[in-house]
Design a protein around this ligand. Structure first.
Ligand code: NAD
Length: 253
């Protein structure tokens, strides 16, 4: 793809799962790819496989190093690292804090570091791996649902603020994707996510289609569009349906 050929791309949380699939696809399209992950070994394995550059560490702290590794310019930044923080209002403060830090603030910090250069040259692309939980809400996972709504709002805000200045933003909102994270979602994931789960490669395909069509909202599960519409059209009906799911989950133990 022309928009990506030769581009300097950063993918956070790319040591496995969706991030690794995005990194593989960008590399296959001729991009130079920085592979970030907290897990240094996994980042190196993926980087070696695709001829990329491993920059391990916390996604919040690697923009400067990644930019240097790419020769001074990041053309595409994929804020993909995320934590699947489950739990209710009773989840520990530390669980909420980590969810905010990785699922939202890492995106804010990256944008803060990248925007001056992007605005100066009138070009840049920010890809946010959000989740359908950022448009809908996942049973049994308050910190995840709330922070993914935050990530979606931030992506939307970036797009509406800077689109006339050459900055493109994409928000990827899948339901279940077969990764380690899906395995960690327990019986709620079994009920809601696994039946329609797709492969990480399908998410990369959806992103590239969205880039080609210049679309903000990327829905690897097209049915999410209908659920999102239903929520907006009749919130009480939607909540009642979601509560049925909640009760089904409680009954399943
Ligand atoms: N798997 C799903 O069903 C699903 C659905 C919707 C959205 N998502 C989102 O997709 C993204 C990728 O998830 P995945 O399913 O591939 O999960 P995954 O657990 O397979 O991969 C996530 C990677 O991020 C890394 N990571 C975690 N915190 C980090 C940090 N602070 N800095 C750098 N790396 C960090 C982990 O080490 C891991 O390798 C996440 O944002 C997740 O919320 C996943």
């Amino acid at each position: 793809m022309e928009a990506v050929q030769g581009a300097g791309v950063v993918v956070t949380g790319a040591g496995g799962g969706i991030g690794a699939a995005l990194a593989r696809r960008f590399a296959a399209e001729g991009a130079r790819v920085v592979v970030n992950d907290l897990d240094a070994d996994r980042a190196k394995t993926v980087a070696d496989e695709i001829g990329g550059i491993a920059v391990p560490g916390d996604a919040s702290e690697i923009v400067a190093e990644a930019r240097d590794a790419l020769g001074g310019t990041v053309d595409v930044y994929c804020a993909n690292a995320g934590v699947a923080s489950g739990g209710s209002e009773a989840a520990a403060e530390a669980v909420w804090a980590l969810a905010w830090d990785v699922n939202v603030m890492a995106h804010v910090r990256a944008a803060h570091a990248l925007l001056p250069h992007w605005l100066e040259r009138g070009r840049g692309r920010f890809v946010s791996t959000v989740s359908a939980a950022g448009l809908l809400t996942m049973i049994g996972a308050a910190p995840y649902s709330v922070t993914k709504h935050g990530a979606y709002a931030f992506a939307e805000w970036l797009s509406l603020t800077y689109r006339h200045r050459g900055v493109k933003v994409h928000a990827i909102c899948p339901q279940g994707v077969r990764t380690d994270m899906l395995e960690s979602t327990g019986t709620a994931g079994d009920l809601v996510l696994k039946p329609t789960a797709i492969e990480p490669k399908d998410v990369a395909d959806a992103l590239f289609k969205g880039i080609e069509e210049d679309r903000f909202l990327i829905l690897p599960h097209p049915e999410v569009s209908g659920y999102y519409e239903a929520r907006a059209a009749d919130p009480d009906r939607w909540l009642a349906n979601m509560n049925h799911l909640q009760q089904k989950w409680e009954a399943a133990g």
